[in-house]
Design a binder for this molecule. Structure first.
Ligand SMILES: *[C@@H]1O[C@H](CO)[C@@H](O)[C@H](O)[C@H]1NC(C)=O
Ligand SMILES: *[C@@H]1O[C@H](CO)[C@@H](O)[C@H](O)[C@H]1NC(C)=O
Ligand SMILES: *[C@@H]1O[C@H](CO)[C@@H](O)[C@H](O)[C@H]1NC(C)=O
Ligand SMILES: *[C@@H]1O[C@H](CO)[C@@H](O)[C@H](O)[C@H]1NC(C)=O
Ligand SMILES: *[C@@H]1O[C@H](CO)[C@@H](O)[C@H](O)[C@H]1NC(C)=O
Ligand SMILES: *[C@@H]1O[C@H](CO)[C@@H](O)[C@H](O)[C@H]1NC(C)=O
Ligand SMILES: *[C@@H]1O[C@H](CO)[C@@H](O)[C@H](O)[C@H]1NC(C)=O
Ligand SMILES: *[C@@H]1O[C@H](CO)[C@@H](O)[C@H](O)[C@H]1NC(C)=O
Ligand SMILES: *[C@@H]1O[C@H](CO)[C@@H](O)[C@H](O)[C@H]1NC(C)=O
Ligand SMILES: *[C@@H]1O[C@H](CO)[C@@H](O)[C@H](O)[C@H]1NC(C)=O
Ligand SMILES: *[C@@H]1O[C@H](CO)[C@@H](O)[C@H](O)[C@H]1NC(C)=O
Ligand SMILES: *[C@@H]1O[C@H](CO)[C@@H](O)[C@H](O)[C@H]1NC(C)=O
Ligand SMILES: [Ca+2]
Length: 402
């Protein structure tokens, strides 16, 4: 029995994602120093005499306390970046493969909709502008994610900078961006398990979820898997990264919800694999709904190279899921495999939603992997075989003695 437990322990190794909250005062709950007015004032302009613990700032930056006019998750302190407003913090590279950021973007008024609230997030060597979209959740604020990249070139300190982006709604002071809860997680290199050719097959390796945010994280289009926040997967259109704390997730803690918007614009995920042209492969995945009242007929298109197959499901929005298995013949060596939705579905509150995908398994139909991706796998297989052999010997031995 003990040996069997031991065997299980080694075969089902835990998923190796390490995360740590790397920034100081990530949620601005430590108030600025030297404030003379009451901290219950909803907007407090920070000046030369103030310091914001953990952060440096310049331009128009206000310390925000949530109240009737501005809603934020958690205890409700944040900063608003006004004209020229900028905050920055440096953190130490502790040797992870790369770092991924999650943060909250909000307007300070109900009247600030599409594209009138935006921030520019900069990490060494790259930057990206995030817009408030307000089409994917009930709350006024949204969670976004950004890959800060790989710092293999031994930069010791990484500077994260967030600045306001002027928009055409400049006249409304309340539309300047409010930002909160900057979570950074360190991510390890991709791991492969069993005979599954897909790494991060259950989407467990991605940006950190904000504990008290019921809205998931919006992942924007990202054609480069090196820069994607979802390890090994690129993003088509917009997808929502959902957590099991607030949604129905088929397996473990995370999954992706394909939230298509405009007609014929895809929402999906894609990865590239090296296949043997002409060989047959099996793709398995779980498709369901997030238990977010997303009612409708879902169609997910599974594409391997040039071949497309579809899987349908009628969702009543109450969190059901089914496993599917499709057979494909590889038409090339390096092959893109993707799962995408093109239909628009809405929740009972008119927010965009769609099918949930989890646990994507891809393997040769013979059950053998044509190419081993990592030495880790070889050692895993070897180790498991050795353990199986030992278990057998042990059992036989045990049998004999009786
Ligand atoms: C701050 O506000 C609270 C309640 O709003 C009030 O009781 C307190 O006297 C105020 N303090 C100052 C210094 O204004
Ligand atoms: C507080 O403000 C005074 C000037 O009024 C300044 O000399 C001091 O450095 C400030 N302290 C902090 C912690 O910012
Ligand atoms: C900073 O503090 C000094 C001394 O208390 C004061 O004279 C000055 O007006 C303050 N500056 C700002 C921007 O509040
Ligand atoms: C809240 O918003 C209303 C209308 O937008 C405005 O009149 C009021 O001054 C705001 N209150 C605060 C405390 O900012
Ligand atoms: C960012 O902030 C740190 C302190 O938090 C400061 O020392 C550094 O100079 C700033 N970096 C840039 C590029 O502004
Ligand atoms: C945002 O823009 C989209 C079109 O891209 C539109 O369908 C939607 O109604 C807009 N939402 C708001 C809140 O303005
Ligand atoms: C928001 O701005 C982006 C970039 O400028 C643009 O691609 C997008 O269509 C805009 N969306 C709306 C609803 O205006
Ligand atoms: C974002 O910030 C970076 C660094 O300051 C800058 O190089 C880039 O041009 C900015 N992008 C936009 C769209 O403002
Ligand atoms: C595979 O997908 C990538 C985007 O992730 C794209 O750039 C590339 O052209 C695609 N390759 C093929 C063969 O379709
Ligand atoms: C789904 O695939 C079947 C064939 O497998 C095809 O007949 C059907 O038209 C497809 N449906 C859609 C919506 O593409
Ligand atoms: C939704 O589907 C589930 C599973 O198919 C079923 O148990 C449940 O009764 C359905 N609910 C409604 C309201 O149709
Ligand atoms: C769906 O959510 C409701 C509450 O909103 C919960 O009672 C139910 O157990 C959830 N169902 C699933 C399958 O997660
Ligand atoms: Ca999962």
């Amino acid at each position: 029995m003990a040996l069997r437990m031991l065997l299980l322990f080694f075969v089902l190794k835990p998923i190796a994602v390490s995360s740590a909250n790397i920034l100081k005062n990530p949620d601005f709950e430590s108030p600025p120093t030297n404030i003379t007015t009451n901290t219950t004032t909803p907007f407090l302009l920070l000046g030369r005499n103030n310091t914001l613990p953990g952060w440096s700032f310049s331009g128009t930056v206000q310390y925000v306390t949530s109240g009737p006019n501005i809603s934020l998750p958690g205890n409700g302190h944040a900063v608003q970046l006004g004209p020229g407003g900028k905050i920055n913090q440096t953190f130490k590279d502790t040797g992870f493969y790369y770092y991924v950021l999650t943060f909250i973007l909000a307007p300070a008024s109900e009247d600030c909709y599409n594209n009138s609230t935006a921030v520019n997030v900069t990490a060494p060597g790259r930057s990206k502008v995030f817009y408030l979209e307000r089409r994917y959740g009930r709350e006024m604020w949204e969670s976004h994610a950004y890959s800060l990249g790989n710092f293999a070139d031994e930069r010791n300190l990484i500077n994260l900078e967030i600045q306001s982006v002027p928009t055409n709604a400049d006249s409304n002071v309340r539309c300047w961006p409010v930002v909160d809860t900057f979570l950074i997680s360190g991510i390890e290199s991709p791991k492969f398990y069993g005979d599954n050719m897909v790494a991060n097959s259950g989407f467990e390796v991605g940006p950190s979820f904000i504990r008290n945010s019921p809205e998931g994280i919006l992942l924007d289009e990202e054609p480069d898997y090196i820069q994607s926040v979802l390890q090994q997967w690129t993003v088509l259109g917009t997808v929502k990264y959902i957590d099991s704390r607030h949604f129905s997730v088929p397996k473990e803690k995370a999954a992706v919800e394909l939230v298509s918007g405009a007609a014929l614009a895809p929402s999906g995920i894609l990865t590239s694999l090296t296949l043997t042209k002409g060989s047959k492969y099996v793709m398995e995945f779980t498709m369901g709904d997030a238990n977010d009242s997303c009612v409708g007929d879902f169609i997910v298109y599974a594409q391997v190279g040039m071949t497309i197959q579809n899987v349908t499901m009628r969702s009543n929005g109450t969190g059901t899921a089914h496993r599917h298995s499709l057979m494909f013949k590889a038409d090339s060596g390096l092959t893109n495999i993707s799962l995408a939705s093109f239909n628009e579905s809405q929740t009972s509150e008119h927010m965009l939603c769609g099918p949930v995908i989890d646990s994507v398994v891809f393997h040769s139909s013979l059950g053998l992997r044509p190419k081993l991706h990592e030495a880790v796998l070889i050692s895993n297989v070897f180790f498991s075989l050795a353990m199986l052999l030992m278990a057998r010997l042990f059992c036989e031995d045990y049998h004999f003695k009786r």
